[in-house]
Every structure is written in C-alpha cells, then in structure tokens.
Design a protein around this ligand. Structure first.
Ligand SMILES: NC(=O)c1ccc[n+]([C@@H]2O[C@H](COP(=O)([O-])OP(=O)(O)OC[C@H]3O[C@@H](n4cnc5c(N)ncnc54)[C@H](OP(=O)(O)O)[C@@H]3O)[C@@H](O)[C@H]2O)c1
Length: 91
C-alpha cells in the first residue's frame, strides 16, 4: 500500500491508534497522517508516535465527529497544513 495522506478519526486509542502505528511502520509510509482526538488530556500516546516516526508528518487535530463546526475546522486545517508542508518541500 502506498498513500500520500490519511485521515484517521478516533486515533488516540483503540483500533484508530493501532491503524496510525501500522501506517507509520509501512515500508513507504504516508507523507501525512491527520490523526484526530476529542480530549487534549488523552493524546500522550499519539504524541509519542509522532515523535518516534519522523518520516511522516503526523498532524494532531481535535475533532468530535458529531460536531459540525469541528469537522469544518478539521477540513480547513488539513488544507492549510498540506499547503504549508508542500511549500516547505519545494524550498
Ligand atoms: N477493536 C476491534 O477489534 C474492532 C473490530 C471491528 C470493529 N471495531 C469497531 O471499530 C470502532 C472502534 O473500536 P475501538 O475498539 O477502537 O473502540 P475504542 O477503543 O472505544 O476507541 C474509540 C475511538 O473513537 C473515538 N470516538 C468515540 N466517539 C467519537 C466521536 N463522537 N468523535 C470522534 N471520535 C470519537 C474515541 O475517542 P475518545 O478517546 O475521546 O473517547 C476513541 O479514540 C467501533 O465502532 C468498533 O465496534 C472494532
């Protein structure tokens, strides 16, 4: 599997967290993994994998899938972050 970017919701624990780790361990990992959580107090495990796998830009985003405004903010953040990363890669 070879992908450019992936959005994983509920990424701070359970199957979502495991999915993030498996993506980062791929022989050709994605350039970006957008990983969502709901509670800032429960992001430690995600922060640790973000630090451990520098090949991928892991972007943590607060999002409850039942909150439309947070979905909209997430959409905006993904576009903005991707543009920043792309700009940097062309420097
Ligand atoms: N585990 C399995 O082997 C397995 C197998 C097949 C299917 N599934 C299905 O896959 C899903 C996840 O399973 P799991 O075992 O990973 O469950 P889990 O350990 O309870 O984790 C659920 C994740 O979803 C997040 N979440 C819950 N409600 C959310 C919402 N409204 N908006 C955004 N994120 C939300 C949780 O965030 P918080 O930490 O903030 O609560 C947590 O990160 C379930 O539907 C389960 O039935 C699981």
């Amino acid at each position: 599997m070879e992908v450019e970017s992936v959005l994983v919701t509920g990424a701070n624990r359970g199957i979502g967290f495991e999915f993030v780790k498996q993506l980062l361990r791929l022989p050709k990992p994605p350039h970006y993994v957008f990983a969502t959580y709901r509670d800032e107090k429960r992001t430690q495990a995600l922060e640790e994998v973000k630090e451990a796998y520098k090949q991928t830009q892991v972007v943590l985003i607060k999002m409850d899938i039942e909150k439309t405004n947070e979905i909209e903010k997430t959409k905006k953040k993904i576009v903005e972050e991707s543009l920043v990363i792309r700009t940097k890669s062309f420097d």
